[in-house]
Design a binder for this molecule. Structure first.
Ligand code: ADP
Length: 498
């Protein structure tokens, strides 16, 4: 067993078994069209399986199944639903290793540093929301002594969840765990690059949940995602992805007047003051830039503003740490950094690196090294890059690259650096590194972002509201409030006692 796990053989078998299927109404089903598309291991370029190519007919089948199942699901006592979600969490935890291996196979995310921790977060998120199902409380309002007035939280009905490929499992859990706890049924549309591990999770959940409560489709955006958004019986869309697609979805949702939650990326500033603990800031930069995930993170610290007096030491130390990281086989426990997700994204990252190289006065630090093992000849490995000498108004410092590319920008004046940090279309996350409580507190008040951290840069956590402002999106995920505000309607009830 251990052997097959180490070589990914068990996950490869699982990929084959799941191939060509959605999960609708409690079972694996092929696409109505019978069509499939390849799922490719980005480390080798080899096909590991196929995904069902979903279209409007599959969306209709999944939404019908969800509508049918949702009524009973919503009638179940909230804590009973929560118990079932906790049972899902237990099974997902038991199966976390095979899920992690499958995720590593289809996304190229290294098993030890990325895929396994992500698989564990999924179980944790279901545990968290399972416990919160009993917190779907309303209020009583002293409106009139002769009118008993109260509010109650009701599920929306069927929720459509559209996933990206960068952290597909964690983000799926952030979306569907609160939706289900609140009494909704869900139809997930996985990202075309990462359909199988998400499918396996829904399959495992269906060992516990009534059929039709949790469904998943694979397919492309316009052919499968769009009909899900447009379906008249889908009452809410929760989406993570690009700004452009987010706008498109918001427009389609506006036609139906349904609510949306949009998590759309960022260009997150990290400010390192001259009094910061340099070694902690360096470790934070490496973790915060998500180099282990090839920078494919919405919260990646892709703009590092470092005080001029320490900037050279900072860059040297970050470079030294990233250089010591091993890039290679995503399934190897020794690997720190895996691959970029897809050839299209690989090209895109390179185009930004080229753009940065051409900036006047730029210095480029290329770090770590791509594996020389011939089996990874076609692997989408990119050497992490630190640019210095690129200004905050350059495209490389303004646009989300979603690759292992960061800009280090020196500063001398605090007021100026706050202004530069806020001078961005995005507002998802920000960090400041300082020993001064006064500066830290001031920065937390003034940085324009949904998540501001001082002297650390950790990823979104169950229990803490997560979501951006400006072009980074609408709404929050991962918290109790996210469940209440984004997956329920508040009904007001007035009982005349006269
Ligand atoms: P990326 O370019 O990184 O793949 P996208 O925002 O295009 O980011 O994709 C994120 C998710 O949105 C994917 O699941 C994709 O299939 C889906 N998607 C893309 N276009 C649409 C659309 N028009 N309607 C609904 N979903 C879409």
């Amino acid at each position: 067993m251990a052997d097959t796990l180490h070589t990914g053989k068990a996950a490869a078998g699982l990929a084959r078994r799941l191939s060509g299927n959605h999960f609708i109404g409690g079972r694996l089903v092929a696409a109505a069209s019978g069509e499939t598309f390849p799922v490719v291991n980005p480390a080798t370029g080899l096909e590991i399986g196929r995904a069902a190519n979903g279209t409007g007919a599959d969306v209709n089948a999944a939404v019908d199944a969800a509508v049918k199942a949702q009524k009973e699901w919503a009638r179940m006592p909230a804590r009973a639903r929560g118990k079932l979600l906790n049972e899902c969490a237990a099974r997902l935890q038991e199966q976390a290793e095979e899920i992690a291996q499958l995720l590593a196979l289809e996304t190229g995310k290294a098993i030890r540093t990325e895929s396994r921790p992500e698989a564990m977060v999924v179980a944790d998120c279901f545990t968290f929301y399972g416990g919160l199902a009993g917190e779907l409380k309303g209020e009583t309002i002293p409106f009139s002594p002769t009118m008993m007035t109260l509010t109650q939280r009701e599920p929306i009905g069927v929720v459509g969840a559209i996933l990206p490929w960068n952290a597909p499992l964690m983000l799926m859990a952030f979306k569907i765990a609160p939706a289900l706890a609140a009494g909704n049924a869900v139809v997930v549309k996985s990202a075309e690059e990462a359909p199988l591990a998400a499918l396996r999770i829904i399959e495992i959940m269906n060992q516990v949940l009534p059929p039709g409560v949790a469904n998943i489709l694979s397919g492309f955006g316009p052919e499968c995602g769009a009909p899900l958004v447009e379906h008249p019986k889908v009452g809410k869309i929760t989406f993570t992805g690009s700004v452009e697609t987010g706008r498109h979805i918001a427009r389609a949702a506006a036609e139906k007047l349904i609510p949306v939650t949009l998590e759309l990326g960022g260009k997150s500033p990290m400010i390192v003051m001259d009094d910061a603990d340099l070694d902690k800031a360096v470790a934070g930069a490496v973790a915060g830039m998500r180099f282990t995930r090839q920078g494919q993170s919405c919260t990646a610290a892709s703009r590092m503003f470092v005080h001029e007096s320490i900037v050279d030491a900072f860059v040297d130390k970050v470079a030294e740490k990233v250089n010591a990281m091993k890039m290679g086989d995503p399934l190897d426990e020794a690997t720190d950094i895996g691959t970029i997700i897809s050839p299209g994204q690989f090209e895109r990252v390179h185009s930004y690196i080229k753009m940065g190289e051409q900036a006047p006065g730029v210095r480029i630090h290329r770090l770590s090294s791509v594996p020389d093992d011939p089996q990874f000849k076609k692997g989408l490995f990119v050497q992490p890059v630190i640019f210095t000498g690129i200004a905050n108004d350059h495209r490389v410092a303004r646009e989300e690259i979603f690759g292992p590319v960061t800009c280090v920008i020196p500063f001398t004046d605090y007021e100026d650096v706050i202004e530069q940090a806020n001078d961005s279309d995005f507002g998802l996350a920000a960090t400041i590194w300082t020993r001064s409580l006064k500066v830290a507190m001031d920065a937390t008040q003034r940085l324009q972002a949904g998540l501001v951290q001082v002297n650390q840069n950790i990823v979104a956590q169950p229990g803490l509201s997560y979501g951006g402002i400006k072009q980074s999106g609408l709404g929050k995920e991962a918290s109790l409030e996210a469940m209440l505000e984004h997956f329920t309607h508040k009904k007001t009830i007035i009982i005349n006692l006269d």
